[in-house]
Design a protein around this ligand. Structure first.
Ligand code: MG
Length: 221
């Protein structure tokens, strides 16, 4: 028995076993430390770049990409690490305090992707996130720290609880509601880390118009 505990201790220290980590802690560690997480994100953004570059070349009309923010552009694992350290769980209050600190780091590959698409003509970025609209300024500041935001980007954040992503996706596709002040744009790609970040439209294909980033920490699954 003693030998087994000693062996486990050695394996934990060597990083081979995870000790008594909860599944959430393991997921957070994967996001914050693994090379695999970084590779998947970079792979997604690199293949998205090829598609968007091609799409932009083939259209003469104004176009846009629609991007979720959390765990798509910004990595909030530090928020999760701090919650865990305090033995606390996610709450709207804790979340907004974190958002207003503007300390989230970019998801690997996101910055390079955004800088490249800024170089293509007629394009725009629409940030479609469930962050509340009252946090737009803090969100903008956080994105600006990493050159992810420019003046003509569109922020389509949540007005209130009833304002679902599907609602705002419809406005984007139709150019209606909050999108009506803008010239109609062809949407070349959608980015997210959750199923609800993408419109329910069978014509949109994974790896062509829809690009998923990995998020093992939270979701509706
Ligand atoms: Mg997200």
């Amino acid at each position: 028995m003693k030998f087994i505990s000693l062996l486990s201790l050695i394996l934990v220290n060597a990083g081979i076993l995870t000790g008594n980590s909860t599944p959430t802690e393991t997921a957070i560690r994967w996001v914050s430390k693994s090379k695999e997480y970084q590779a998947i994100c970079q792979q997604t953004y690199l293949s998205a770049w090829e598609k968007v570059k091609e799409g932009a070349k083939q259209t003469s009309s104004p176009w846009a990409v629609v991007m979720d923010i959390d765990e798509t552009l910004l990595n909030n694992s530090q928020y999760q690490i701090e919650l865990n350290a305090k033995n606390a769980s996610h709450s709207q209050e804790a979340w907004e305090a974190w958002v207003n600190r503007t300390e989230a780091k970019p998801v690997p590959g996101a910055k390079a992707f955004i800088l490249k698409i800024r170089g293509l003509p007629n394009g725009r970025i629409i940030f479609l996130s469930n962050r509340f609209a009252r946090n737009t300024e803090a969100t903008r500041r956080n994105l600006q720290k990493y050159d992810l935001n420019e003046e003509n980007d569109v922020f389509l954040l949540r007005k209130d609880k009833a304002d679902t992503k599907a609602n705002r996706q419809r406005e984007v596709v139709a150019g209606s509601g909050r999108m009506s002040p803008y010239i109609k744009m062809k949407i070349l790609a959608w980015f997210g880390d959750a199923a609800h970040d993408f419109p329910d439209d069978p014509r949109l294909k994974w790896g062509s118009q829809k690009f998923m980033l990995p998020n093992p920490v939270y979701g509706n699954w």
